[in-house]
Write a protein that binds this ligand. Structure first.
Ligand SMILES: NC(=O)C1=CN([C@@H]2O[C@H](COP(=O)(O)OP(=O)(O)OC[C@H]3O[C@@H](n4cnc5c(N)ncnc54)[C@H](O)[C@@H]3O)[C@@H](O)[C@H]2O)C=CC1
Ligand SMILES: CC(=O)C(=O)O
Ligand SMILES: [Mg+2]
Length: 371
């Protein structure tokens, strides 16, 4: 198969779909790999390394899209990329379609076969191709939140760890999944007071066993969310209903009653966000203020630490990527329900139920297209 890797074009996005090591794997499996010149140069993966790994370098994205059977990316295709997709072409990347009707319409129109990293499931549960970026974003959420609590960034001027004789900052984490757990590790490490909420009590039990009374765990409902958020200096939003739009747990009214200069980091913004007042921002302008509360809602947080993130992402995407290329998407998915769960759009049909339901499309189960 001809594999194509274009340079990412989203704002401040320096990750790249394949590392040179991953190119080498695809080539060893008998595939040819085309990489757009300069695709990895911002993170020290230069063209010479791709060449040495067996890739062909081409100058422009249109050349990559025109020649490749399978496009490997990081972020959801931007409008000019959607326009270059063709019927039957395989797209392997993050999509986050539920909150994105324009992209969904463009992918449906393209006729391409679109596999979303974030909905591929794991044999042992979880979302293994989302997990590494959630680890990164979870850890970054405390870093970003702490920075924006400083006065010069619009915050109230709180040091998360406090100092002897002064109480630490209070971090509230919504969702105890991968983002939540990694945020929690960093918040505890920084010396903050930490409260974490989830609807999954087993998950709270696991965290309680590890962190004991260094943290407070709470079952998530409207009451506990409201009480916690109103007492917080920093709130991290890390909830997920896989493939669906994020539930709006924090209302506009709660935001208006929060402490002035508090910070919210809505990591779940790529699925639409879990604060009613959230809208997606970019690394170029990461924050805005509503009712005195600083909102950080960057939809590609791992792009800021693109080198670490690219390696972590490739560790997870290489296996399913090789299966798709080696067997073709239909045979690969027939034998693997976890990979099949990644199919979101194919041949003009929406094949992921939560996306179809949320955006008003007829739902076509993937099985109907696998013959
Ligand atoms: N902005 C960015 O750059 C990035 C965003 N993300 C996003 O972060 C979000 C979280 O991802 P993960 O932690 O990997 O998901 P996960 O599936 O590991 O965890 C989500 C947690 O939310 C919980 N949850 C669901 N409804 C809830 C509710 N009403 N109240 C409290 N908890 C609730 C679930 O029980 C689960 O434990 C996703 O939307 C993901 O796409 C991930 C990486 C980067
Ligand atoms: C998961 C995601 O949206 C990202 O890594 O940018
Ligand atoms: Mg999007």
């Amino acid at each position: 198969m001809k594999i194509g890797v274009p340079k990412e074009i989203k704002n401040h996005e320096y990750r790249v779909g394949l590392t040179p090591a991953s190119v080498r794997e695809f080539v060893a499996h008998g595939h040819s790999v085309m990489v757009q010149a300069g695709a990895g140069s911002a993170i020290g993966l230069d063209d010479a390394q791709y060449k040495a790994a067996g890739a062909t370098l081409v100058d422009t994205a249109p050349e990559v899209f025109a020649a490749a059977d399978m496009i490997v990316k990081v972020k959801e295709p931007q409008p000019q990329e959607c326009a270059m997709l063709r019927p039957g072409q395989l797209l392997y990347t993050y999509l986050h379609l539920a909150p994105d009707p324009e992209q969904t319409a463009a992918l449906v129109k393209s006729g391409a076969v679109c596999v979303a990293y974030e909905t591929i499931t794991g044999a042992n549960g979880g979302l293994p191709l989302l997990a590494p970026m959630s680890e990164v974003a979870g850890r970054m959420s405390i870093q970003a939140g702490a920075a924006h609590l400083e006065k010069s960034k619009g915050g109230m001027g709180v040091l998360l760890g406090g100092v002897p004789g002064v109480a630490p900052g209070h971090v509230v984490i919504l969702g105890a999944g991968v983002v939540g757990t990694h945020a929690l590790q960093c918040a505890v490490g920084a010396g903050a007071r930490v409260t974490v909420l989830d609807k999954n009590v087993d998950r709270l039990r696991q965290l309680d066993l590890v962190f004991g009374n260094r943290i407070t765990t709470l079952y998530s409902n409207a009451h506990s969310v409201e009480e916690s958020v109103l007492a917080a200096d920093l709130v991290v939003g890390g909830v997920l209903i896989p493939g669906a739009a994020a539930p709006k747990l924090v209302t506009r009214d709660m935001i208006s009653r929060m402490r002035k200069g508090a910070v919210v980091v809505d990591v779940a913004i790529d699925q639409g966000g879990c604060f009613e007042t959230s809208h997606a921002t970019t690394h170029a302008e990461p924050t805005y203020v509503v009712d005195g509360v600083v909102h950080y809602c960057v939809a590609n947080m791992p792009g800021a630490v693109a080198r670490t993130s690219t390696f972590a992402l490739n560790n997870a995407t290489i296996g399913p990527g090789l299966a798709l290329a080696d067997l073709g998407w239909q045979a690969a998915m027939r034998g693997n329900p976890h990979l099949k769960a990644g199919l979101n759009v194919a041949h003009g049909k929406v094949t992921f139920e939560a996306v179809a339901k949320g955006l008003g499309y007829d739902y076509t189960p993937a099985d109907a297209l696998l013959n």
